[in-house]
Ligand binder design. Sequence first.
Ligand SMILES: NC(=O)C1=CN([C@@H]2O[C@H](COP(=O)(O)OP(=O)(O)OC[C@H]3O[C@@H](n4cnc5c(N)ncnc54)[C@H](OP(=O)(O)O)[C@@H]3O)[C@@H](O)[C@H]2O)C=CC1
Ligand SMILES: Nc1nc(O)c(N)c(N[C@@H]2O[C@H](COP(=O)(O)O)[C@@H](O)[C@H]2O)n1
Length: 266
Amino acid sequence: MTNVNKYLKAKEFWSRISYIHNTDNSLPEIPKITLTFAQSIDGKISGKNSSQILLSGQDSMILTHHLRSVHDGIMVGVGTVINDNPKLNVRLFEPGTEKNIQNPQPIVLDSKLRIPENCALITLPKTNKLSKYPWIVCGHAADTSKIKEEPILEELGATVIKMEKPECCLSTGRPLIKHVLNELKKRGMDNIMVEGGSNVIQEFIRKHIEERIVNVLVVTIAPVIVGGDGLGATDSLSLKGGLNCLKLKNVDYERFGDDIVMASEL
Ligand SMILES: NC(=O)C1=CN([C@@H]2O[C@H](COP(=O)(O)OP(=O)(O)OC[C@H]3O[C@@H](n4cnc5c(N)ncnc54)[C@H](OP(=O)(O)O)[C@@H]3O)[C@@H](O)[C@H]2O)C=CC1
Ligand SMILES: Nc1nc(O)c(N)c(N[C@@H]2O[C@H](COP(=O)(O)O)[C@@H](O)[C@H]2O)n1
């Protein structure tokens, strides 16, 4: 298949499944959520000691970048930023279409402002004008004083969104997802792609069981075996409320190169 056809295929797949994305979640106060990640056939999203692994082949990676391009925001946890130092921008697109490409707004869940100041999300927009400086969502107890005293994150271009005490978990101090999403909607985010990692995926699934916050789940399944040392997408998720498993609905599949991509309602 030529590269042009790969881009076309990615677009067609998103058009085909976007009816799932557009299903009414009855929560107009939050953005529409696409929860997405890539995993091995044994359910691992990274390797030993959380080492980043390239699971997606070129064809499914083109789909991932297309998904980035059609969302207002892209969200990860600070664990992913520290571990992978991701760029989260759109780098795979059909030649000749670069003028129309919009990078999503990177959003990092980071209750204690642990994000490294020299990470790609903060340094890249300086040289790449199309990349956006990240929004960093922190908890009420985060030490934002360091931002003014040693003008770090905000002077470097990032926007720190500090959630109020009632909007954070009492025990962990982490911003509560529903409040974060509500704040992001107020800031113009109508749809957000949540890329991981493991803790964030689990938090969205937990919250979804209570309040149906996820519109569509898109999982790339790569023909790779990682083994028991790898990190699973849902390793620490225990389902409550009498559920012994969560059955996906409106399931659709497509082959992208050697990978299978599954899209469904959660
Ligand atoms: N294959 C794939 O598609 C992907 C794989 N990955 C992999 O995932 C791994 C990283 O996963 P993980 O370590 O779990 O890190 P995450 O990216 O899930 O970040 C988790 C951290 O986010 C912070 N956080 C803030 N608010 C919340 C909240 N409400 N809910 C949950 N977390 C919150 C917490 O740190 P604090 O308490 O300090 O705020 C928490 O420790 C890496 O190995 C990476 O390679 C990541 C993305 C995609
Ligand atoms: N779709 C997909 N396939 C893989 O094989 C992956 N390892 C990931 N990981 C996610 O992508 C981030 C890296 O993004 P950049 O290439 O730096 O823009 C990584 O942090 C994970 O979120 N995704």
